[in-house]
Design a protein around this ligand. Sequence first.
Ligand code: NDP
Length: 501
Amino acid sequence: MSEQKKLTTASGSPYYYNEDTQSVGSRGPLLLQDYILHEKMAGFNRERIPERVVHAKGSGAFGTFTLTNDISKYTRAKLFNGVGRKTRVMLRFSTVGGEKGSADSERDPRGFTVKFYTEDGNWDLVGNNTPIFFIKDPKKFGDFIHTQKRDPQTNLKSPTMMWDYWSLNPESLHQVMFLFTNRGTPYGYRHMNGYGSHTFSFINDQHERSWVKFHFKTAQGIKNLTAAEADQMRATDMDYAQRDLFENIEQGNFPRWNLKVQIMTEAEAKNHRYNPFDLTKVWSHKDFPLIDVGVLELNENARNYFAEIEQAAFAPAHVVDGISYSPDKMLQGRLLSYPDAQRYRLGSNYEQIPVNRCPYAVNNYQRDGAMRVDGNGGSQPNYFPNSFDNIVADESYQQPAWESDSAVTGWFNRNAEGENDHFSQPGIFYREVLNAEEKAHLVQNLVGGLSGVNGPKKEDILNRQLCHFFRADVGLGIAVAKGLGIDVETAMPKIHPDTKA
Ligand code: NDP
């Protein structure tokens, strides 16, 4: 048996009794002086920290990224230089809209977020299991997420709110179609792909920039639940994705993903037929083939969920030398919102929490703040520049400037001509990527989802959304209309007189 340890208060004072509270007589009131009671109750009252507004329900694990293909011609990021190089990683998966106690089998995108602990700092690739997203301007994010949460009056999830929003924002169509295939209900976290989703930049040692997209392909194979299986799973095991991940790692069955990138030159970006920084679009593999990079393996469960998974904080702003941002408007918005959310959720010193701490050198002049626990710079100067220390800004990390497409400032219609093709890629997806069975499931799932729309605006919402399906693919539009019992010939001209079945 291991050596006995004394039970103590948080300040280290040994308890001598932990079964009853001190009282006046055995049936009398309690004594205020029983500090241990206060400490236990007060600690308990403060156990919950703010739930993430999105991605609240999550699972995670630690592991290793191994470089199998040197891509130093594109990036000087050290983790991508030198075949065989290993980098420690932490990966958090999540659903998006549900609360912390919600079911793992909800139809929802899944968060797929990797923290790479590199010697040049922590790099967070904060992505999803889809390469695209519902919106392309961050100003719309809060409104959109409200529709995925609960109705302000009934406190119930509301298909009416969801489809009202999607039908009014046709740029969502591509992601809506992904979501309503069975990939919207993946079988746990091991059997799905991950994507950085945004366009990022790579910078090489010649100081040249290229644009990059990141893809993690599951080595376990894609496996999904049908809508009926997902419903059943919700009833039998709400936490199956957490269980599946934890148990497989515990048993030594380590899940792996193959990391691949797509590269676009700056010149190619200027001439590309789609806006390469539009988060509702993919880059076709035919134009920009996938390049192998390495293997990510999860091989270590957290020892404590709250400490290492709940407190894990990710931000796309956290990049490392050789990897940088792009003009993707959603990415630009997230550069602000993610660190801001972590400061609110965990405090201004969230990067000192062990799971978030860079294991290599961190030197700067930020000081103080709640829960500053790293020595706070000790007696070193707390201002820059100064005449005493030898901390310098290293110009070798400088990034090349990028050229903006215009010098005119203003509010540009995100769906103006040239930006308003929301239908070609969803059409290609439906016609060329999905097989007959997947098409049938998509239609069935869409009909199931749209059947929940209710209220006085029901007809408008359904017709508007049907119109988007028609624009992607006439066959899809007809199939969904049929499933909803809507007569296309009479319904469509009401909304778009030019739309013919
Ligand atoms: P490809 O045929 O080269 O790629 C199709 C992609 O679709 C593959 O990445 C495939 O990879 C993925 N896929 C297959 N089945 C599904 C499914 N049921 N749900 C979601 N993704 C699926 O064609 P393109 O690159 O030219 O893209 C054609 C269309 O494919 C796009 O318009 C887009 O809608 C969709 N797509 C494209 C991706 C990209 O990054 N280019 C990524 C994912 C989808 P895998 O089975 O390994 O996921």
